[in-house]
Write a protein that binds this ligand. Structure first.
Ligand code: ADP
Length: 694
């Protein structure tokens, strides 16, 4: 078939060559055309640049959907729907280049039955050339392969579809597998979710428990802080916001709880200018705690700036990253202790100053061991060197013997009973003929449980004072003596005159002279008192002891007093007759002095009760009046020399304040005791006791 077409193509190349072909094959053009027309293959021949259709068989005309009238027309005119398609251009190119063009299953659109239809053709545009090689026409052959193409396309589509299906199936399988996996994962996820849920529930439970426990512990910490016996506060942030402050610290600051939530410098404005705010800032920045010991702060309490002393710590509280977020203040307020100690220190300082100023010596004696320590000045007072090692025995060896006994007794008494110790005594320094005097005053010190710790005191040089006293006593003694001589003469003259007036029965003169005699006696007893004092002080008082009945002496003295106090009632409650060993005159003067005082200091009441008792081998005498009475402070000092109570309401009661002093000296020289019990406005009772022999 193909060979046939070639032949026919060769034959049918160009019309003006048909004659030549005809001559060779002896076929007419008509016959050649007929032959070609019978070919089932479509063909056409075009010439000239306009692509004029020279020849087209029926098959080709059928492809174009036209009729034979188109022969001789340019192709684009004959088949106008080819315009816009590449074929006419391709034909022109073959004409121009002489290169045959062919293609397979090329789509072309033609108008068939009034409809534009796409058909597929295998085609060839063969360039037919003359002997000179010039292209003078084109042989167009075409085979309609539309059904093949469509079949192929259908096949392709079917294949593609199959492939698609396969892919889809594969995809589906993969999807199913993935689905299964997903299901499995889902299942795992479900299980995981369930276990997560239960874990979550468990965690929530635990968190709740923890939260409750935390809240409880927070609450208990808060209660603990609130009730703590020490002062606690917590400051937050660098602004030192007062976050917590317990009652103790609020009390110490003198503030109320409304300062909580405020910055420290606003809650306690008086802290500005004091050291604390900058210390807190330093603790906040460095994270290092700060300890303060007995630090003074000034705080305003009830509108007054007061001193507050405390031992405290600023403790930094840090978060998980180690940053300081809060500072806790824990303080122990020691204001009372510090002030008390300062007071003691001040008192000690003052004491030291006083001791130095008074140039006093001091001593210390251990209450248990009796170990003795004297200050340098004390040693000096006894004629030792300041640095010398000196014992208590060394010290007492320099006290004259009669005083040494009293010193020993006084120290023993102070150590055993805690009684105050006061004594004045001379000191004899070796190789020195001068007389020195010291006064010693001490007491037994005990701890808070009452246990005796030490016996300590002060010693002063009273030599000058004693010399002055001696001079004064000498003077009094001299004056008393000088007064006593004329008084004695006067008394003699009065007695003479009295006797005379009795003889002449001059009762007026006799009365007057008796009164003058009484006054003279009073004066004499006063002067005797002064003389006794000077004798006593110069150690010249001598007891002339004898045995006598005490109650008889008391009766005598009451009788004597009655003479000058006739308006008084004296009651005697006597003791069983008892003999005492004492100086009768001096004990008599003591009783007389106590009786005359009872009369003198009872201006409105007139009862005096005298009682004598035997107690514990002592004779105890009491003289009770209902007079002015004495208050406590005065009662303690009544037996001091020249001590008188200031009786403002009764300024006319005169005296020198020596009667009780002398009485006390006399009783003490007898080894007895003298004391008073009294209440202001309710009378007094004076007592003395004398030890009974054996
Ligand atoms: P005077 O010469 O002053 O009486 P005394 O030594 O006898 O000296 O007494 C001292 C002081 O004691 C008196 O000044 C007086 O205030 C007070 N006194 C003494 N006896 C009594 C008494 N019985 N009642 C009240 N006061 C008394």
């Amino acid at each position: 078939m193909r060979i046939k077409i070639r032949v026919s193509i060769f034959i049918a190349t160009c019309p003006y060559k048909l004659d030549e072909m005809n001559r060779n094959c002896h076929l007419t053009d008509r016959e050649i055309l007929d032959v070609l027309s019978m070919s089932a293959n479509a063909f056409a021949v075009y010439s000239t640049e306009e692509i004029i259709i020279q020849i087209a068989n029926d098959a080709m005309i059928a492809f174009w959907g036209k009729d034979r009238s188109i022969i001789g027309l340019p192709l684009d005119e004959a088949v106008p729907e080819l315009k816009g398609q590449p074929f006419i251009g391709m034909l022109k190119n073959v004409l121009k280049t002489g290169i045959t063009d062919s293609g397979k299953a090329v789509p072309a659109e033609t108008m068939i039955g009034g409809k534009l239809r796409t058909s597929y053709y295998d085609y060839e545009y063969r360039a037919i050339k003359n002997e000179a090689g010039e292209t003078y026409c084109i042989l167009h052959s075409a085979e309609d392969v539309t059904s093949n193409v469509l079949n192929l396309q259908a096949l392709e589509r079917a294949r593609e579809k199959e492939e698609q299906l396969e892919k889809e199936q594969q995809f589906n399988e993969e999807l199913a597998a993935t689905n299964e996996e997903l299901n499995a994962i889902n299942e795992e996820l479900h299980q995981a979710k369930q276990s997560l849920q239960s874990l979550n529930e468990e965690l929530e439970g635990r968190v709740l428990e923890r939260t409750i426990a935390l809240a409880e512990s927070e609450a208990s910490v808060r209660y603990m802080i609130a009730d703590a016996p020490i002062a606690i506060a917590v400051f937050k942030g660098r602004d030192m916001i007062i976050e917590t402050a317990n009652q103790k610290i609020l009390e110490a600051w003198g503030k109320k709880s409304d300062i909580i939530g405020k910055p420290l410098h606003i809650g306690i404005p008086e802290l500005q200018g004091q050291q604390f705010l900058s210390i807190l800032d330093h603790v906040y920045l460095t994270g290092e705690p700060y300890y303060g010991n007995e630090v003074k702060a000034l705080v305003e309490i009830d509108h007054t700036i007061k001193e507050l002393y405390s031992n405290f710590v600023y403790h930094p509280l840090k978060n998980g990253q180690g940053q300081v977020t809060q500072i806790m203040l824990i303080a122990h307020v020691v204001t009372d202790q510090v002030l008390a100690r300062k007071k003691v220190e001040d008192a000690e300082e003052m004491l030291r100053f006083s001791v130095e100023a008074a140039n006093a010596g001091t001593w210390y004696m251990d209450a248990d061991t009796h170990e003795f320590k004297g200050s340098g000045r004390l040693k000096e007072l006894f004629g030792f060197d300041r640095d010398e090692e000196v014992s208590f025995a060394d010290i007492t060896s320099r006290i004259p013997e009669d005083y040494r006994e009293r010193v020993d007794a006084g120290v023993k008494m102070a150590l055993s009973t805690g009684e105050k110790y006061y004594i004045e005594h001379p000191v004899v320094k070796p190789g020195d003929h001068k007389e020195y005097w010291v006064s010693a005053q001490g007491k037994l010190y005990a701890n808070s449980e009452g246990k005796a710790l030490h016996f300590s005191g002060l010693m002063l040089d009273i030599t000058r004072q004693k010399q002055d006293e001696h001079r004064k006593n000498d003077f009094i003694s001299m004056v008393s003596h000088e007064l006593k001589t004329p008084l004695t003469s006067l008394s003699g003259y009065i007695q003479l005159l009295e006797r005379n007036s009795k003889k002449t029965e001059d009762s007026f003169s006799s009365q007057m002279l008796q009164k003058a005699g009484n006054q003279l006696n009073k004066m004499t007893s006063m002067i005797n008192g002064f003389l006794n004092i000077s004798r006593l002080e110069s150690g010249k008082i001598h007891l002339q002891k004898q045995q006598f009945e005490l109650d008889a002496l008391i009766r005598d003295m009451i009788d004597d007093t009655r003479i000058s106090a006739s308006n008084f009632k004296f009651e005697l409650i006597p003791c069983e007759p008892v003999l005492v060993w004492a100086d009768r005159d001096k004990i008599g003067s003591v009783i007389s002095n106590l009786l005359s005082n009872a009369v003198k200091y009872s201006p409105n009441k007139h009862l005096v009760v005298v009682k004598c008792e035997i107690k514990d081998n002592n004779a105890e005498v009491s003289i009770k009046d209902e007079g002015l009475g004495i208050d406590h402070d005065d009662a303690l000092r009544l037996f001091e020399r020249f001590y008188r109570v200031d009786h403002k309401d009764n300024p006319n009661i005169s005296g020198f304040g020596i009667g009780l002093y002398l009485s006390a000296e006399i009783i003490e020289h007898h080894g007895g005791k003298i004391w008073v019990e009294s209440e202001k406005g309710k009378g007094s009772t004076f007592y003395f006791s004398l030890p009974l022999p054996g």
